[in-house]
Design a protein around this ligand. Structure first.
Ligand code: HEM
Length: 128
């Protein structure tokens, strides 16, 4: 039977590291998102998101060993995430997912998750 985790099927550490590296390259150029991130710890931010996604998809559980329970909505409360921030976040994530070059079925699973997670992270009403 098929015993490989989705993490392995998606390409393991190399694939997730590539995804998140591309994502942050976009975020760093984004005038709305960039200021929200720790300007002196982009490497740390990249590492935390990579570990989280690896753990979510069945890879190493280093994220929770280092950071505890994800509680992502709570951890994002310091950052005003409105629909514009969400859509920008998804835009950069889409570029990263494209870089993974996944088979369509895996691409769709990963993208569906990211879209739903991003919609759930909105914590600030649009100000117009
Ligand atoms: C952390 C912004 C959505 C996962 C962060 C940080 C910011 C941020 C500014 C702090 C960077 C750091 O020090 O690690 C946003 C914005 C989003 C968004 C604007 C728009 C929707 C998401 C989504 C996920 C996610 C959908 C998961 C699929 C994480 C993780 C961390 C993080 C795992 C590190 C948490 C920790 O351990 O401290 N995010 N985020 N974010 N974000 Fe997001």
């Amino acid at each position: 039977g098929e015993q490989r985790s989705l993490y392995d099927a998606m390409g393991g550490h190399e694939a997730f590291a590539r995804l998140v590296h591309r994502f942050y390259a976009g975020v760093r150029q984004d005038e709305v998102l960039a200021p929200l991130y720790p300007q002196d710890d982009w490497e740390g931010a990249e590492r935390r998101l990579t570990m989280f996604l690896e753990q979510y998809w069945g890879g190493p559980t280093t994220y929770s060993e280092e950071r505890g329970h994800p509680r992502l909505r709570m951890r994002h409360m310091p950052f005003p995430v409105d629909t514009d921030a969400r859509d920008r976040w998804l835009h950069h994530m889409r570029a990263g997912v494209d870089d993974m070059g996944l088979p369509p079925e895996l691409d769709a699973m990963l993208w569906d998750y990211l879209e739903r997670a991003a919609h759930a992270m909105v914590n600030t009403a649009d100000t117009g």
